[in-house]
Design a protein around this ligand. Structure first.
Ligand code: IPM
Ligand code: MG
Length: 370
């Protein structure tokens, strides 16, 4: 029996549409191989939505997202909308989606492909073999805490942001990190700033309690500042790293340096509990997006790297559709293509001319057709 999954495409701004196109074509081939089909619907987010509807995410598109099995997002933002106030900027569409869909768990795997170990500005022998997963809490902390505002009085300007966490928010994300570790290399590093922040003190306490239920998984705490250093000086010592929203935002960009290019990295944002409408056991509703942004400077020139989007499609196959084998095939096709030296400019090997976004996408699909 063949299954059909409903995917809402929110391609967004800049290079978003071109990488999402390539990744959807890969999904069709990989899904087809596994006997699954996809029904794509399109919506608007970010600057594209502001231009069309005056808001970065319309109520209709949010509704479409709620009714899909998965959301596939490209990128948001660009200089055209930079002057807008914070609440109406493209980024607030993305934050609204995360909050409204309850996507509290952001998974950002960073794997150094052997073929690209020398593409990182870090030394080859430091990054080779690195394979870690940043698990970022995505709907709490400083991003959403109130009050968050600017004020002004006779003495001058002030601003405040608030960093709140409830133990239940910490517990569910740390639990998820341990479950993921069991499917990987059985190690969790919990990152905080417990020597200064109250929220981190609570984070550490709760993480320790959760760890007690996973005796089979190696566990450590790390302070975010020294962890930032360890991440690039001994990246192979990490497996799953779990942390609050802002720490995860910062460390995941830092970790991207290991992979040679931000263009390589995928992400999944999960609500961790709701099964899909079809109620299949392995399936979770999720939003998938490449970690790179809209890269307005290269948009529309065929220069963007579609691998981050394609690996995000692979995560969608795995987490939302339960198609692990299809996901493995996509990952392998990406590795084989990179091994063959077929690469966009951001990761090109010396002497080999770079290929375009669509050429790299096509080369990956060819390997899937086998
Ligand atoms: C990310 C981005 C977003 C964030 C921005 C675009 C709001 O940097 O997904 O990491 O800060 O979460
Ligand atoms: Mg970020």
């Amino acid at each position: 029996m063949s299954k059909t999954f409903k995917i809402l495409r929110l391609a967004g701004d800049g290079v978003g549409p071109e990488v999402i196109d390539e990744a959807c074509a890969v999904l069709e081939v990989a899904g087809g191989n596994a006997g699954a089909g996809f029904e794509f619907e399109d919506g608007l987010i970010g600057g594209a939505a502001i231009d069309a509807h005056g808001v970065p995410l319309s109520a209709e598109d949010l509704e479409k997202a709620k009714n899909a099995d998965a959301v596939f997002l490209g990128a948001v933002g660009g200089p055209k909308w930079d002057h807008l106030p914070k609440e109406t900027r493209p980024e607030s569409g993305l934050l609204g989606l995360r909050k409204e869909l309850g996507l509290f768990a952001n998974l950002r795997p960073v794997k150094v492909f052997d073929a690209l170990a020398s593409a990182s500005p870090l030394k080859d022998d430091i990054v080779r073999g690195a394979d870690l997963m940043v698990v970022r809490e995505l709907t709490g902390g400083l991003y959403f805490g109130q009050p968050s505002e600017r004020t002004q009085d006779a003495s001058g300007r002030s601003a405040v942001d608030t960093l709140p966490y409830h133990e239940a928010e910490i517990e569910r994300i740390v639990e998820l990190a341990f479950k993921l570790a069991r499917q990987r290399r059985n190690k969790v590093t919990s990152v905080d700033k417990a020597n200064v922040l109250n929220t981190s003190g609570l984070w550490r306490e709760v993480a320790t309690e959760v760890a007690g239920r996973y005796d089979d998984v190696e566990f450590e705490h790390a302070l975010v500042d020294s962890c930032a250093m360890a991440l690039i000086s001994r990246p192979t010592s990490f497996d799953v790293m779990v942390m609050e929203n802002l720490f995860g935002d910062i460390l995941s960009d830092e970790a991207a340096v290991l992979a040679g290019s931000l263009g390589m990295l995928p992400s999944a944002s999960l609500n961790g509990k709701a099964p899909t409408r079809r109620g299949t056991e392995a399936a979770l509703f999720g939003m998938y997006e490449p970690v790179h942004g809209s890269a307005p400077d290269i948009a529309g020139q065929g220069k963007s790297n579609p691998v981050g989007a394609i690996l995000s499609a692979s995560m969608m196959l795995r987490f939302s559709f339960g198609l692990d084998q299809a996901a493995d095939q996509v990952d392998q096709a990406v590795a084989d293509t990179l091994d063959a030296g077929i690469r966009t400019g951001d990761i090109a090997a010396g002497g080999t001319p770079p290929v375009s976004t669509s050429e790299l996408g096509a080369a990956i699909r060819d390997r899937l057709k086998g």
